[in-house]
Each structure stands twice: as C-alpha cells, then as structure tokens.
Write a protein of this length. Structure first.
Length: 403
C-alpha cells in the first residue's frame, strides 16, 4: 500500500494534511466531553446544548462545498489558515458564552466553520491534485487516519484537562493547540507536486456541480453518507450520556472515544488499501452493514466497561473509514479537478444527517429518559445505507494483465 507513496514530496503532502486533520477532527470529535460540564456551569439543559452541537454538525457540513470551491479556485492555503484561526477563536470564546445562542455562535458557527474549512473536502482535494494517481488511495487512507489519531489523542487529553484545570481552561488550551497547526499549511500548499487538471476538459466548476447533482449514482452515495453522519454525530455527542445512564464513570466515555479513534487509524489504512483492490461501493456496503450488526449486539450485551470498549473498537474500525471509498467514488465519477467542491457536497449530506443525530439524541433523552429509540433508528438507517450503495454504477478496478 505505502509503496505508492515513494517520493519524499508525496509523504510531505500526505503527512501535513493528516496532521491538520488530526487537530481539526480531534477538536471537533471530542466536544461531547463538554456537554455535561457546560450543562452544570450554564444550567441550559442537555437539549439546548445539543441544539448548539447540532447546528455545529450542520454548519461543518454546509461549509464543506464552499471551502472546497474556494480551495479549488484560489488554492488551499488561505482556506486552511482562515479555518484554523476561526476554530481557535470559537474555542477561546466558548467559556464566555452563557446562553443557548451564545453557544450556537461559538460552537455551532465559529468552531464548526473553522474545523470544516480545515477538513476532508479541502485536505483530500488539495492532496489529490498534487499526488500521482497511484498514490491517492494510500494517501486518502493516511490522511483519514490522521483524523482518527486526533480523536485518539484529544479525547483523553481534553478529559484530563477538564479534570485538571476545568472545562474553561481545557477550551482555552484547545485554542492554543489549534494555532500550533498553522505551520503545516505551508507544507501542504507548497510547490511540491503537480495540480491535476479536470478529467472533463472544458467543464468549469458550476457545470461540474450541476452534472453531479443530477447524477443518480451521486444521490445514492450521498444517501448512505447521510446515515454515516447521523450515526457518528449521535455517538460523539451522546456517548458520554449513554455511559452515565449505565452508571459508569465519565472516564469510560473518554476512553471509549479514544478507542474509536485508535481503531479507525487501522480502519482508515485498511480502507485505503481496499479502495485500491475492490470496488468502493462494496467496501461501503460492508462498513454500513457491520454497524447495524454491532449496534444490535451492543443492545443485548451487559453494559460494562469492557462492553463499551469492545463496541467502540468495532465501530471505530469503520468510523471515518467511509471517507476514502466515498471520495474515491466521487473522483471516479467526476474526476479530481473539483474534488474539493464535489466531495464537499457529499460531506454536506453527511452533516445534514449529523444534525439530526446530535439533536434528536438530545430530544430522545429529554422525552424518554434514554436513547433506546435512537439505537433502533440507527440500525435501520445503517442497513438502508448498506443497500443504497449497491446500485451505484462504479467502474471495476483495473487489474494488471497476467504474465
């Protein structure tokens, strides 16, 4: 797999993108740890805080096609720098917010726009335009693993900071960490590599977008990705609450999130390898189907520390590993010249699902006292997502001729 990344410039581009994603995704995927401290400090209620988190999920997705288009048009450097600065500002301002709308501004808008501008659509688009064709599957796996490693590092780190210096100090520390990622932008956006041209000569950005939006395969792909967002946002926002309902210490939640991130490092690398060997739609079918099965097993298992860690490891293997095969299908269907924009549209569908996953989770807890109906909905949606990918008309993987 890694033999395709055989040039120092390829590794520099790939690792710098992975490092930026480690910070932006690590910060974003660990926000669920702040729900309880925020509720205690502000008295706003879990539903109100979930609303701010849900707005953030949607905003993160809404900015993806816009950030991708800006990066495709003007280059990724300005977009990434602006994103990191906004994420740092949003994190720094959150401790001063004491109302629902204040949290919507800091977490739902500023932090979400910042992390979205420094996320998959820009990073995978920028690296794909600067890497040779044979290196792109491996690079997408490594970049995706960077985001997973961020979750593995940030979840226990922020939990420790919350306990050591309080949730406000943890938020301010997060802002400083985000600013430390700025030097990586220069490496990713440097002169190394050649920017790819459109696979459809003569087509501009908006004709490409219109063509994609009218494509049945793109719609099916995004339907599955919607479910992925629902699933991830529900868990990353409400897993600490589920752990608390089971009478387990909060450390179980932070370590479960860390296990998810660790498992997805291996899952992302494996997904990158699978994309080079198998049709991506079949890879996605297996991923979504496995999630439905894992949730069913979790529901009948005893709620112990070990159950949560095993559940986290199983889910973590496919957590964000859906990104490389999804991006690969978009690239196969429409080329890589506007991959940042088109994959950004897919991520918008992902985050519309994430909005419902985060917000409905809070409503379910408020109305029913637990997350039972959310788990059942998650199983149904995961099964539907698996089936939705099968009709996608994806070209077969080119095999080398036998000797």
């Amino acid at each position: 797999m890694f033999r395709t990344l055989n040039q120092p410039a390829s590794w520099a581009i790939t690792l710098s993108a992975a490092g930026i994603l480690m910070v932006t995704m690590g910060a974003r995927q660990s926000l669920g740890l702040f729900v309880s401290p925020l509720n205690t400090a502000t008295g706003l209620g879990v539903a109100s805080i979930s609303l701010a988190m849900a707005v953030g999920q949607f905003t993160w997705g809404a900015i993806q096609p816009l950030a991708g288009a800006a990066a495709d048009r003007f280059g990724p450097a300005r977009v990434l720098v602006a994103g990191l600065l906004l994420l740092a500002v949003g994190s720094a301002l959150t401790p001063s917010m004491s109302s629902t709308w204040g949290l919507v501004v800091s977490l739902g808008l500023l932090s979400a726009i910042g992390s979205g501008a420094g996320s998959f659509s820009v990073l995978i688009g920028a690296s794909s335009q600067r890497l040779p064709l044979e290196a792109r599957p491996a690079a997408s796996g490594v970049i995706n693993a960077g985001g997973s490693f961020g979750q593995f590092v940030f979840a226990p780190l922020l939990q420790a900071l919350i306990q050591l210096i309080g949730w406000m100090g943890a938020m301010w520390s997060l802002a400083v960490i985000v600013l430390a990622a700025l030097p990586l932008v220069r490496i990713l956006a440097g002169p190394a590599g050649q920017q790819a041209k459109s696979s459809l000569p003569g087509e501009g950005l908006w004709p490409s977008v219109r063509g994609a939006l009218g494509d049945r395969n793109f719609a099916l792909l995004n339907l599955g990705f919607f479910t992925c967002g629902f699933h991830i946002a529900f868990l990353v926002t409400h897993l600490p609450g589920e752990v608390d309902l089971c009478g387990l210490p909060s450390a179980v939640a932070s370590w479960a999130l860390a296990v998810i991130g660790l498992a997805n490092i291996f899952g992302s690398l494996y997904a990158g390898a699978c994309v080079a060997r198998y049709r991506s739609k079949h890879v996605l079918f297996c991923m979504y189907g496995s999630r439905a099965l894992l949730i069913a097993l979790y529901l009948v298992a005893p709620k112990t520390d070990l159950t949560f860690y095993v559940f986290a490891a199983g889910l973590g293997f496919t957590w964000l590993a859906t990104v490389p095969p999804t991006a690969a299908i978009v690239g196969k269907l429409f080329g890589v010249r506007y991959l940042g924009t088109l994959f950004g549209i897919s991520l918008l569908a992902h985050q519309i699902g994430a909005f419902f996953g985060a917000y409905l989770g809070g409503l379910a807890l408020t109305r029913f006292g637990d997350y039972g109906w959310m788990w059942y909905a998650d199983m149904v949606l995961a099964s539907g997502a698996a089936l939705a990918n099968l009709p996608i008309r994806e070209a077969a993987i080119a095999r080398p001729a036998s000797a």
